[in-house]
Ligand binder design. Structure first.
Ligand code: FES
Length: 286
């Protein structure tokens, strides 16, 4: 008998080691990112969803593979793009929509090829997500298409309470049709690739918004900070929050792979104190 033929759990459940056995319902590539819908046991914490993440083990869910297959040893972070409760009182599972832009990564490639019904081992949800901008009524979501779905829980929360949402995407060409279909029509969507026009658009969006959430690569954060200073005179705390690039590996503050530097000169672990940070607290952006 092959080791891989050992029976794996076929239902969402809590694993003996405390992790979450999640069953894949769909895996899609959208706008250069992976969108994975999974069923998990009901009852996982689901507050402050945007910016929180799960760590996925990239190996088959057989006892042998979980114990011995270290082809892809590090867990991969998957950010929360949505959560749906059980459909009926009797159903004891809930759905999570998870996303990552790291399509070039071998582990993400492995996750992207999971078929419906296959199960994966997750740890989470972990980290601190975006703080809800309680009094804000105009929310700007700014990012690249492959990352923007990690901000969609904020989008729905703002529309549900009657506010306005502007999405500003840095991207060339035509917006991915599937991505557009996932965005509510009530959200205004703008796309820009030209660098000079992008900076103008950034300033306009940041002048309009009373809160902004950012899902941009690290290399874009300095231009973002400059646009905030131009549009709003200074970077006030509590206005612009960023989902930062960090190597989220252990998720518990133990390995120090995720250290990022802060404006106060200190370092912090993004996995437990982030991965969402106020722009005003990031190094070089004050
Ligand atoms: S990911 Fe290990 S300390 Fe943050």
């Amino acid at each position: 008998m092959k080791h891989s033929q050992f029976t794996a759990p076929e239902r969402p459940s809590i694993a003996a080691n405390g992790g979450v056995i999640a069953c894949v319902e769909a895996a899609q590539i959208i706008a250069g990112g992976l969108l994975l819908t999974v069923a998990t046991p009901a009852g996982l914490p689901h507050d402050k969803l945007a910016g929180r993440y799960f760590l996925a083990r990239c190996a088959e869910l057989t006892p042998w593979a979980q114990a011995h297959d270290w082809t892809l040893p590090l867990r991969r972070p998957l950010f929360v793009a949505g959560w749906r409760p059980s459909r009926t009182d009797e159903e004891d599972v809930e759905r999570w929509v998870l996303t990552t832009p790291a399509l070039d990564d071998a582990g993400v490639g492995w996750l992207a090829t999971r078929k419906p019904g296959e199960c994966i081992h997750l740890i989470g949800p972990l980290g601190n997500g975006f703080a809800s901008p309680e009094r804000a009524q105009r929310l700007a979501l700014i990012g690249v298409p492959a990352r923007i779905l990690a901000l969609t829980p904020l989008l729905h929360a703002m529309l549900d309470r009657g506010g306005s949402v502007l999405l500003l995407l840095k991207a060339k060409g035509t917006l991915d049709a599937t991505l557009r279909s996932l965005l509510p029509f009530a959200a205004e969507v703008h796309q820009e690739a030209d660098e000079a026009r992008w900076r103008e658009r950034l300033q306009e969006a940041l002048a309009w918004a009373d809160a902004a959430a950012i899902a941009l690569p690290d290399c874009e954060i300095a231009a973002l900070a400059e646009a905030v200073r131009t549009a709003r005179m200074r970077i006030d705390p509590g206005v612009v929050q960023c989902l930062v690039d960090a190597r989220l590996v252990c998720g518990y503050g133990a390995c120090l792979a995720c250290l990022i530097s802060l404006a106060n000169g200190r370092w912090t672990r993004a996995c437990v104190h982030g991965p969402v940070f106020d722009l005003a607290s990031l190094r070089g952006e004050k």
